[in-house]
Design a protein around this ligand. Sequence first.
Ligand SMILES: *Cc1c(COP(=O)(O)O)cnc(C)c1O
Length: 366
Amino acid sequence: MIKFLDLQKINLQYQNEIEAKLLEVFRSGWYLMGSQLSNFEKNLSDYIGAKHSIGVANGLDALRLILRGYIELGIMNPGDEIIVPSNTYIASILAISDNGLVPVLVEPEIETYNIDISKIEEKITSKTKGILIVHLQGRVVFSDQLKEIAEKYQLKIIEDNAQAIGAEWNGKKTGNLGDASGFSFYPGKNLGALGDAGAVTTNDDELAKTIRALANYGSNQKYVNIYKGLNSRLDEIQAAVLDVKLKYIDQENKIRREIAKRFINEINNPTIVLPEYPSDENEHVWHVFVIRSEKRDELQAYLTENGIQTLIHYPIPPHQQQAYKEWNELSFPISEKIHDEVLSFPISPVMSEDEIKQIIEVVNKF
Ligand SMILES: *Cc1c(COP(=O)(O)O)cnc(C)c1O
């Protein structure tokens, strides 16, 4: 069987280096807020090009903490509106509503699956304070027009960079395009830990300081609490593992690009709409390879029978979730079509030539 993602094989590439680090942390007797975390934060900042990196417990917390930071700084207030794509993973939206902010959904472009920047301005009101862009599937969403809209209405641009670490727009990395960015290092992400992990990057000194405190019970100084904070820390073991894997992220993303290119050039099936390969290939790191088909469910069953594991990202759009009952009657036709038709094929830095060929061959026979 061709697995959707072989995490064991991905991590075993670095077995010696990772095991040495695990042992080092174990023997050090220091498990939180130590040198592994500060090393990783420094290396992540250098890689992204942003002044500050703050390791946190997971990607959802990274986004929650950014918005909470803006609230503590008086830049946002509960009840304010944040624009977000209607087809994103639910966590982007949870981060907004968890802070008492109001998510305002904007439809994506069907070609890129990313928020349609031309539809943002019509959703802006006097309460709008930010745009949460999501580089979905690993593809950058950014433009001069987006920057102009944010400047015109004085909105913060927050990046959900959970799926796109390593991607670039005009030579600048995602995570350094907007005002602040949330990263997830969930094991299945392009840079994956051995459990939950996340980070915030920003060039904003005040925001960085506030988030650092918020993630540590609201305290910058032991037993002195300035905010009603939370406990959201990146532990030494995860930081050490991530620091090893960060060195290889460009190499791994390059392999993902090569596989995506093969699929796009060699899959030829009239029932399947392939994703776009961006003219600047650095704009995509292919976290997932997503196709569309009106026969999606048949195609998925056929691939399963033929030993190819696939997933659906995502089967239910946020506005149709029970968690957001208040939106259930709304209509977002592009998102609904996407959720009805998408299928993600296996793609990973450890797929063999045989597996790539087999996927192409089997898909073409459908
Ligand atoms: C994975 C993901 C998150 C959440 O990250 P966790 O580390 O699982 O909390 C947020 N947004 C997007 C787009 C994601 O893919």
